[in-house]
Design a protein around this ligand. Structure first.
Ligand code: 2BA
Length: 109
């Protein structure tokens, strides 16, 4: 048994959740926040038999797109006037960040 931890963009979470249900893959959704952009994303926890891991990864791959997002960096102007401004920089956010970890024990009571 493995635990798949998949961090995906909120825009893809709904479709991905539906695809898991259709494939009879059990998942838990957590509302999470990216440490860099500090924007909301969604983390799926999927406990799954080892022989179905590739199937679950294929579903994630097919339903999560990479997109460009913008973040702003503060820029301090080195002038006598104490002024600063911020400017947008593009950041490529991946379709999904996925960890596959072994499960020592699994119980459903
Ligand atoms: P965020 O931390 O908000 O990162 C969003 C995107 O910003 C990242 O996309 C990456 O392109 C960029 N980025 C992140 N940290 C950066 C840095 N220190 N300098 C420059 N650019 C940076 P992804 O790599 O596709 O990550 C998407 C989300 O997946 C992340 O959102 C975070 O929530 C999660 N994530 C990514 N790698 C992770 C890791 N090693 N451990 C835990 N969570 C991770």
């Amino acid at each position: 048994m493995k635990l798949i931890i998949a961090i995906v963009q909120d825009k893809d979470a709904h479709v991905l959740g539906d695809e898991f249900v259709d494939a009879n893959i059990r998942a838990t959704r957590l509302s999470t926040t990216g440490g860099f952009l500090r924007a909301g994303n969604t983390t799926f926890l999927v406990g799954i038999e080892e022989e179905r891991v590739e199937e679950a990864l294929d579903i994630i791959r097919e339903n999560c797109q990479s997109r460009e997002q913008y973040t702003t960096l503060p820029m301090h102007l080195d002038t006598a006037m104490d002024s600063s401004m911020s400017f947008p920089i593009p950041v490529q956010v991946g379709g999904a960040t996925v960890f596959v970890v072994p499960i020592e024990s699994f119980f459903r009571f």
